[in-house]
Design a protein around this ligand. Sequence first.
Ligand code: SF4
Length: 164
Amino acid sequence: MGTDDSALTWCPSGQPDAPESVVLGVRSGADGRVTYLAEPVPAADVLGAIPEGIEPTRVLRFASHCVSACAHRRGNDCTLVQRVLAVPVREESRAVPRCHLRGSCKWWSQSGVDACYRCPAVSTAHLADDELATLMADPTATPEQLTAWIAADAADRADAAAPA
Ligand code: SF4
């Protein structure tokens, strides 16, 4: 894949302030999973309605152009979705959301339904104390590092749950 397709594809973890940015979905519920809008809404139309002091990406997910200057790009590939794919999918999450971006989504074109299974749980704004989210957002982290972190975390949890 040597060509730059950034003009044709959109990032489903985009920034709200890009001129073309649209609202992809609303983060809702205790876990902040995304519920997707049936139709794109220009980000500029809603940003003014978000109360001051609330980071827009805490309540909404945005889509914007996939650009070659992105820190997550390697050649024509998105390394962010490669790291997202390292996170196991819970059985109950194996559903492909109805989203308006699919026809031009970079993650879909690169990784298909495996990206869609995980997409609703992705948070563009990660919490500083969420180590996994921080690692996932780090352009220098590899999928192997995420897999190792998840395995170590699972072992720690098993140890903590074991009877003394
Ligand atoms: S659900 Fe799939 S097609 Fe839609 S934005 Fe997420 S990764 Fe892209």
